[in-house]
Write a new protein. Sequence first.
Length: 473
Amino acid sequence: MTDTTWAPPAGKDVLGHPRGLGYLVFCEAFERFSYYGMQSLLVLYLTHYLLLPGHMEQIAAYVPFHGFLQSIYGDLATPVATAAAITGLYSGGVYLTPILGGLIADQWLGRTKTVAAGALIMVLGHFLMAFDTMFVFAILCLFIGVGLFKGNIASQVGELYGPSDLRRSNGYQVFLLGVQIAVIAAPIVIGTLGEKVAWHWGFGTAGVGMAVALVIYLAGRKNLPPERPRGAAAKGAPAAKFTGRDWATMAVLVAMLPVLAMTAVGNQEIFNAYLLWGEKHYQLEFGGQTMPVTWLVSLDAIISTVTVGGALAFWTIWAKYRKEPDEIIKLAIGALIAAGGPLILAAASANEAATGQKASLLWGLGFHIVNDIGFAMIFPVGLALYSRAAPRQVGGAFIGVYYLHLFICNLAVGKIAGLVETMDPVTFWGMHAAIVGAGAVILLLFAVFFRKLLAPTAADAPPSGAQEQAAPA
């Protein structure tokens, strides 16, 4: 909710926006630099170093940790299966723990203390990665720290603007641009250090990035909105009662989460088995030098930046000449396109089997382009659907619910990715295409059976604050 009792200090605008936006942009960019650098290295570090004999035995609390993983994923008999499970759990957790982080900030600590605590815990987690024995505690710190930090930063962007300030949406675009730049830079810097110099150099650099994020946030605190009332002081009038239609709509939106998770499997695999497969099957040598496989994550970030803008332009132009399809139809179209990404990898694997030659990066370029076009037509459209269709009194909460599909997806990918060492590559990537394609078909069934609940009506209008809540991607 926007705090209407506060306004940014007079004369503090920078490039047409409140000065506080700059602090939040750079703070979030360094945090994302830290996170995506860690994510791009994790599965490689585990399979090539930490889970190998001679290192694995040194990990404190590894036996109960491995038992916990097996309670989720079943038997994890090989290092690759265990590495895939850890990476999936870590990648998925960042879409679950921010819900708890928001609750802690709103009810007890306030955002400043919660963000600062999250940043310090993440710094500790990254530096603990330098010690083999502390790995389990490092992952736990990162898991908790992201939850405390992530959503509580993004929520402050919207509060920089008054209720009728039209600069808010542009402010969020600038915020997300900073995130995207960080996603591009992190695998190049942190990934290269980790792969080419030493794993701990990469993790240490991520820790430094997180420390910089904390310094920037605290330095800019006077330019940010004040703390909101917490606990009992934050309670206002009782919420409006839900109608029967409201309950039905919420049930459908929740039921869609595993389906949306299916459509994201190919995209989320990029941080897991795709890196292991790419390291083994892509031709990565150029002029006698081997390209770090983590650079593929940066390539994907560059392409996704273009495809998100391209998808927006496409539907804008389409609307000038034809009626736009409903969001649920757009989601199905995007999923059908996204299914083509893993099919390209299956074709590359078949070509390698037939010729004996490693796959050209042109195959990889094709995969990233097709996958990112599909994902650009899924992820933001899903945000729009959940923000519009959810009952107004829980519109913000259902944006958080929407992100749970990525939590579900990454948990599933943690299991599926472990099959990369035992399954034929053509079958492995064909399975991914089938899962994504099945998601598209089920979405079409949702469109047929639940159109009255999900389709826009004349009374629909974007809920207040929806743009703000959509930011923490």
